[in-house]
Design a protein around this ligand. Structure first.
Ligand SMILES: [Fe+2]
Ligand SMILES: [Fe+2]
Length: 267
């Protein structure tokens, strides 16, 4: 069984900046390569309705592939991120709706997740991270993402939901998916306060702890716009973001960048 993996498509940004129809390129690739499943690891657009429309369209254009999705921080930009989350659940392949059984052995378990400052450098306090401003830059989620609870309570909600599913399917081979980073290893520390401060917003070690507890075989995430594909803690790690044109791309053309970036993994 073949699983295609890509995250951080940022369709709205990249379509405009790279002057390319990102979704047609993606749709063409899926139709040609025909993976059984295509997993989109969040940050499709900056708006839940737009992300939902693009996902529905992509699934319609690629009926032979099951499109699976978890939301990123950008997808839930809304006056109420709770409403945005609900909107995105209307996409049948949203993993927030429940566990996907690929076959008798393998299941996919995931949801977007969030961050709880567990990767924050010790020089700053929780209230600094809560404000999210360093020098004059404020982390955009502080303006555009609006949950009803604190960031760590949001993570608590996700870990509760994920641990329930993981427990239920603990005897299966599990592919786990979140948008946010599960292990500190994949958070880059540059020794520059203006960068390291924002590592607090990269994810939560709680997701990694769950993955280890339930012996997850493959872990897919995004959010950090840096690509990884390796073994870590006994699991295959796939972080495969498209990222922003042009500085995070290695090719000038969207077609080349997308087709060379998509990972195909086998189970
Ligand atoms: Fe992103
Ligand atoms: Fe993100």
């Amino acid at each position: 069984m073949k699983l295609g993996v890509l995250s951080d498509i940022h369709e709205d940004f990249n379509r405009i900046k790279a002057k390319s129809d990102i979704m047609s390129i993606l749709s063409k690739w899926i139709t040609m390569k025909r993976p059984d499943v295509f997993i989109i690891g969040g940050d499709m657009t900056d708006n839940p309705n737009k992300s939902l429309a693009l996902l529905n369209q992509l699934q319609k254009e690629c009926p032979d592939t099951t499109i699976l999705f978890v939301h990123g921080n950008h997808d839930i930009y809304d006056q109420s991120s709770v409403n945005a989350y609900e909107t995105l659940l209307k996409f049948p392949g949203n993993l927030g709706n429940g566990v996907i059984e690929l076959n008798d052995d393998w299941v996919v378990i995931g949801d977007g997740g969030w961050y709880d400052y567990s990767y924050g450098v010790p020089d700053y306090s929780k209230s600094d991270f809560k404000k999210g401003t360093f020098n004059k830059f404020t982390w955009p989620d502080k303006f555009y993402a609006n949950w009803a609870e604190s960031d760590s309570d949001v993570v608590g909600r996700y870990t509760l939901k994920l641990s329930y599913w993981l427990e239920k399917y603990r005897d299966r081979n599990i592919v786990m998916v979140t948008h946010f980073v599960p292990f500190a290893k994949y958070v880059e520390y540059k020794n520059e306060p203006s960068w390291d401060f924002f590592n607090s917003m990269m994810g939560s070690e709680k997701f990694g702890q769950l993955a280890e507890k339930y012996n997850v075989k493959k872990y897919i995430f995004g959010h950090v716009h840096k690509r990884y594909h390796e073994q870590h803690n006994g699991m295959e790690i796939i972080c495969n973001p498209l990222g922003y044109y042009p500085h995070e791309w290695t090719h000038d053309s969207a077609e080349e960048e997308i087709t060379s970036t998509i990972k195909m993994i086998e189970i």
